[in-house]
Design a protein around this ligand. Structure first.
Ligand SMILES: Nc1ncnc2c1ncn2[C@@H]1O[C@H](COP(=O)(O)OP(=O)(O)OP(=O)(O)O)[C@@H](O)[C@H]1O
Length: 675
């Protein structure tokens, strides 16, 4: 899982923005927050660092590891929270309370841009000692900073990270897929809510109407609002651009008396449910969304938003370009797959054998276990090694692009189709291997098409009539349990069996703990281009127990990230356990120790060493002798022995032979007792 570190000045903003990011990305990105006034620490490093403003960046710089990717957030007022400000009589004095004078001033000017210019704002922050003792204050979520003189506070809530920054974040993390559209829909929803909220007031008060219009004008999508008499009450500049009609000619007019295409009128008149439709306006494709305004269960108006598809196409084009830039060769070979555990050695052996076949392979394994690495190594060890290796990631590719990306299209297949057409990824992989990553995310309808291609070994480009034979070897991979997806009807059984001809399971890191330090050492040496400031075993000396006991949900990718992090945070010092990011067992976190796991691990280690030493001397050892030699209660020893037996570290024999250490157990001993 990728990660974002958010940095703000105060705790409130940090929590609010963290929630915003979590709501949006929580299922795919791990988000942690630090604030300058409290929990900030040195050596911050992550896939991406998001900082709440330019000013905060100046304060935060010193805490960042040197090669962090940083985005400074642009922030927007919470549209549906400012309705309350429209009630305040013109000319009223109010303090605008924020954590810094500069952010208070910034909020005042943002409000002014939105048309809230009828209130005389005085900036207030704890830095300002001399301020007018006013009774009214407005604050973006900083309630505890409001000074005592104030009797009435309007909280317009923390300023959110704005739409453009969110898109930038998605792009930085390579997640700019379906989420981008979903984002703009959510953002518009806020505005629609505001229109609904203030509509009643706006009817009686023309000042509010103007302000509302200003807000609508700042939006990047077309907006049309209708009242219950089906008269147009709002029409913003983007809508003007789409329809080529000026607002003045429309406001207050009935729909059917104006120059709006018939199709739009019929949608606006007849649709009362929230729905998305495509219509053509002046030769442009437009997505139109209708949202009814209800009062006491009857519809009293509608808000319609319009998005010019050219913009969506532009976003898609960008994504296509990114995809096209990807390499069509495989970099890695089996020599790049590190690890000396039996499990990984056996997996490599099996992979080498199946690489020589032409049948499809299905690689299953948790995220970050090395599925793509194996796919590349298999290709490079196959008879197709001179052919291309083309990777397709179903989780990153929006559904709308799948067909054209995989099968290609002919000239004129759709508006925007390139002259001469475009070959799809299947064609590009001809003579080589196609790697279908995250196949569990392939949409159902697409699964049918994929199956047909695999069966018939030929494709037809979109809009094309020619059938093109293709010779590709398919390697699919997934971290999902395809069997349970099949039970739930989300994955087609016929496709599963077509792909699962040669199954390959990549074991998670926690099943081969013997590899953890090998990998950590290799990543450490790689970081310093094989000229590390100290020996890897010395560098990891104080934390190796912690690394060995951790369960590694993100597997090798997570281990790699942590080693990178440590190399950045303390390049020439030995890292202490407290420096480990995240939830490592046995480390003091927020003053609370999670010692239980580490103690248990240490007992396990001591017991395994005892067994190893006895075995070496040829002396039988049993539960009772262990408990007396180590001074531990027999019950406890029994539990630990049972655990180690299930993990495969030991064999418990009946009678004289007693407990014996297994090959896997020896793997662990190598790390417990460095040579
Ligand atoms: N055995 C290994 N030796 C060295 N590096 C490894 C090994 N396994 C994985 N890696 C590294 O770990 C990272 C993740 O590997 P990879 O992308 O192949 O995993 P994945 O299983 O395909 O992940 P996901 O399911 O998230 O797509 C890569 O940087 C890869 O080089």
């Amino acid at each position: 899982m990728k990660g974002i570190t958010l940095i703000t000045k105060g705790k409130n903003t940090c929590e609010a923005l963290k929630k915003q990011l979590n709501d949006l990305l929580g299922d795919r990105v791990k988000i942690e927050g630090f604030y300058i006034d409290g929990n900030i620490k040195e050596g911050i490093f992550n896939d991406l660092v998001v900082i709440s403003s330019n000013i905060i960046y100046e304060h935060a710089k010193q805490y960042l590891a040197h090669n962090c990717r940083v985005i400074i957030a642009r922030r927007s007022i919470n549209y549906h929270k400012i309705g309350k400000l429209l009630d305040i009589p013109p000319g009223t004095d109010a303090l605008l309370v924020n954590d810094l004078t500069s952010t208070a001033l910034e909020t005042i000017s943002l409000l002014e841009i939105l048309g809230i210019d009828h209130i005389n704002f005085f900036p207030y922050s704890p830095e300002i000692k001399d301020y007018p003792k006013l009774k009214l204050a407005v604050t973006p979520g900083e309630l505890e900073l409001v000074p005592d003189c104030v009797e009435n506070v309007i909280d317009i809530k923390t300023r959110n990270i704005d739409f453009t920054t969110l898109v930038e974040i998605l792009q930085e993390l390579d997640l700019a897929d379906k989420k981008a559209n979903y984002l703009s829909a959510r953002y518009l929803k806020d505005i629609i809510e505001l229109i609904k909220e203030t509509k009643k007031m706006a009817d009686v008060n023309s000042r509010m109407n103007n302000q509302l219009q200003t807000i609508i004008n700042t939006v990047h999508d077309g907006i049309i609002a209708l009242d219950e008499r089906k008269e147009i009450s709002a029409f913003n500049p983007i809508a003007e651009g789409i329809f080529g009609v000026s607002r003045k000619e429309l406001i207050g007019k009935k729909l059917n008396n104006v120059m709006v295409p018939k199709e739009v009128i019929s949608v606006l008149e007849n649709e009362n449910i929230e729905k998305e439709r495509f219509i053509k306006v002046n030769n442009r494709q437009v997505v139109i969304n209708i949202s009814p305004i209800k009062e006491n269960n009857s519809v009293v108006g509608k808000v319609c938003t319009l998005k010019d598809v050219t913009e969506i196409q532009r976003l898609e084009e960008e994504l296509r370009r990114k995809l096209r830039k990807q390499e069509t060769y495989a970099r890695y070979t089996f020599d790049d797959i590190l690890g000396t555990s039996d499990l990984i050695k056996n997996t490599k052996e099996l992979a080498k054998k199946i690489s020589k076949s032409q049948s499809p392979i299905l690689i299953q394994g948790e995220s970050g276990t090395g599925k793509e690495l194996f796919a590349q190594a298999i290709h490079n060890n196959s008879l197709r090694q001179r052919g291309p290796f083309v990777a397709v990631n179903f989780a990153a590719l929006p559904e709308s692009l799948l067909e054209s990306e995989l099968f290609g299209y002919d000239e004129g297949a759709f508006t925007g189709a390139k002259k001469g057409g475009m070959p799809g990824l299947f064609e590009q992989a001809h003579g080589g291997t196609i790697f279908l990553d995250e196949i569990g995310d392939a949409p159902q309808l697409f699964q049918v098409r994929l199956l047909r291609v695999l069966q018939e070994k030929q494709i037809r480009r979109i809009g094309g009539s020619k059938v093109i034979p293709i010779d590709v070897r398919v390697i699919a991979a997934t971290n999902k349990d395809l069997k349970s997806l099949m039970k739930g009807g989300e994955f087609r059984e016929d496709l599963y069996y077509r792909l699962n001809v040669l199954p390959l399971r990549i074991p998670p890191l926690r099943e081969r703990r013997g590899d953890i330090l090998d990998l950590a050492y290799a990543f450490y040496n790689d970081h310093f281009k094989r000229k590390p400031p100290m020996k890897a075993s010395v560098f990891f000396g104080a934390i190796s127990d912690h690394l060995l006991i951790y369960d590694w949900p993100g597997n090798i990718r997570e281990l790699h990230n942590i080693v990178e992090y440590l190399c950045n945070v303390c390049p020439d010092k030995i890292p202490t356990p407290e420096l480990l990011p995240g939830e490592f067992p046995g480390i003091l976190k927020n003053g609370k120790a999670v010692y239980a796991d580490l103690n248990r691990y240490k007992l396990e280690k001591n017991i395994l060493i005892k067994i190893f030493e006895s075995n070496k001397k040829g002396k039988p050892i049993g539960r009772r002798s262990i408990s007396s030699e180590l001074g531990l209660p027999e019950g406890k020893v029994r539990g630990i022995i049972e655990d180690m037996r299930t993990k495969g570290y030991i064999k418990v024999n009946r009678g004289k032979r007693g407990i014996e250490i297994t090959e896997k157990g020896y793997g662990m001993i190598n790390y417990y007792l460095p040579k």
